[in-house]
Design a protein around this ligand. Structure first.
Ligand SMILES: *Cc1c(COP(=O)(O)O)cnc(C)c1O
Length: 456
């Protein structure tokens, strides 16, 4: 029997280029539109928010984009990450399926997010920017950017969604340990925050609203830019460092996935893993490859949201992106997978879904925790609530293999550990965790607010 459990690359094998799917899409992405005029956005429109290198990456159709040496040197702190074969989970499920997972929980902040945080901080620093404002949901992005700020000497201000700020104090303290400032959103520091507090002083906040606050902060100061931890094309681009490593490692394991499974909030960790594989599906070498995007049933962006132009934030300050969306005013129920509580989805994922190249599934919180605990008791890793969504689907697919006797190869994108999510585990073990109904009426109400856009 093949007992090999870990597949590793040498530090020198960290990829030197990121992979840009825009070079290989069968149809180009729809344009991003200016929030005021409805016209396609220009680089100058985005310059108050992002460094020019990132704006170029956003629309680039070059297949390979070089990873700067300084970024690659910081990646050496935790990359390449390990590919595991889940022998113990396979055994517990008594499945003939072969389960692999690529684990991003070994980065200093504990998730995939520093892959882009470090790159974004680097390009901002190159342009002379001293300070970055951002939002965070569960706190992973805020802590990743705080870590990147510490690596590159930039000041970081984080607007953290209030519900998570209250539920997850340890993420805030991590940000402070890396030298950043973190305040709950809605906050009194911006107009968007003050307006919401006037309407609802107990507002639990949402990612969309926190983005409005961070964008407002960034445009109001010359020394400050904004950074987004997911959704945008350049973020997914940076995350392909993980997918490129995974492809190498699967070759070392003498395997190729039949099914790839991951969780999607804004889509960056999972797309980062699968985009280099999607290429094989587009060019016809692997037509049967299945890619399953898993989202929470309480925030069913791809499975229930229309494919339409919408703002990235609550206040409608950001450009309009064509994507699957639940409407920018939608405030998702307070599930513990804070990183999956976002109304929109990466344009790239929405586009691939539309083209039929990837599929989507929605899962309820309780079932995902059950799967997450099974994973902890077999593979040992205490998962964050986000990747538990993917683990649930991996287990379902492995059990299907048991029924049919097929020995499929299943690859899981494991986005991070849950060491600062133990309160959520506690709620699950004490029976306090519950599922939230699919909030159809709230979604319908929010979809009525979608901007009316006509493309000339
Ligand atoms: C932020 C986060 C997610 C969701 O964000 P994506 O951009 O969809 O990857 C998933 N898992 C973890 C651990 C996260 O921190």
């Amino acid at each position: 029997m093949d007992k090999r459990t870990k597949f590793v690359l040498d530090e020198e094998e960290i990829p030197r280029y990121w992979y840009n799917i825009q070079a290989d899409l069968p149809k180009p992405l729809p344009p991003v539109l200016h929030p005021g005029t409805g016209e396609p956005i220009t680089p100058d429109d985005l310059a108050p928010l992002f460094p020019m290198e990132l704006i170029k990456q956003e629309v680039s159709t070059e297949r390979w984009i070089e990873v700067p040496e300084e970024v690659r040197d910081i990646y050496r702190m935790w990359r390449p990450t390990t590919l595991f074969r889940a022998h113990r989970l396979e055994k517990a499920l008594d499945t003939p399926a072969k389960i692999f997972y690529k684990y991003e929980g070994t980065s200093p902040p504990g998730s995939h997010k520093p892959n882009t945080a470090v790159a974004q901080a680097y390009y901002n620093k190159q342009e002379g920017i001293k300070r970055i404002a951002t939002e965070t949901g569960a706190g992973q992005w805020g802590s990743a950017l705080s870590f990147a700020g510490a690596c590159l000497g930039l000041e970081i201000k984080v607007y953290m969604v209030r519900i998570s700020y209250d539920q997850k104090p340890y993420r805030r303290i991590m940000m402070e340990a890396w030298g950043a400032k973190c305040i709950p959103s809605p906050s009194p520091d911006t107009k968007a925050g003050r307006d919401m507090l006037a309407k609802d002083p107990d507002c639990p906040g949402s990612l969309g609203l926190a983005i409005s606050e961070a964008v407002e902060d960034a445009v109001s100061r010359d020394d400050t830019h904004y950074a987004l931890g997911s959704v945008l094309n350049h973020v997914l681009l940076h995350q392909t460092i993980n997918g490129l490593e995974t492809k190498e490692l699967m070759e070392k394991a003498d395997a190729y996935p039949d099914i790839i499974v991951g969780c999607i909030g804004g889509g960056s960790n999972f797309a980062g893993l699968y985009l280099p594989f999607v290429k094989d599906k587009i060019d016809g070498t692997k037509p049967d490859l299945r890619i399953i995007n898993v989202e929470p049933a309480s925030c069913p962006t791809v499975t229930k949201g229309p494919y339409a132009y919408d703002f990235g934030d609550e206040a409608g300050l950001t450009p309009m992106i064509k994507m699957n969306t639940l409407g920018h005013g939608f405030i998702p129920p307070p599930v513990h997978a804070g990183g999956l509580r976002y109304h929109g989805m990466a344009s790239i994922i929405s586009h691939l879904h539309r083209l039929g190249l990837v599929e989507a599934r929605a899962e309820h919180q309780l079932a995902t925790f059950k799967a997450g605990v099974t994973f902890a008791r077999t593979e040992g890793i205490i998962s964050a609530p986000e990747p538990m969504h993917a683990i649930k689907v991996v287990i379902d697919e492995a059990l299907k293999c048991k029924e049919t006797g097929e020995s499929k190869t299943i690859l899981l994108a494991h986005s991070g550990h849950g060491h600062v999510d133990m309160a959520a585990y506690d709620a699950y073990f004490s029976g306090k965790l519950r599922d939230y109904e699919y909030p159809k009426d709230k979604i319908d109400e929010s979809l009525e607010q979608l901007p009316k856009v006509s493309i000339k």
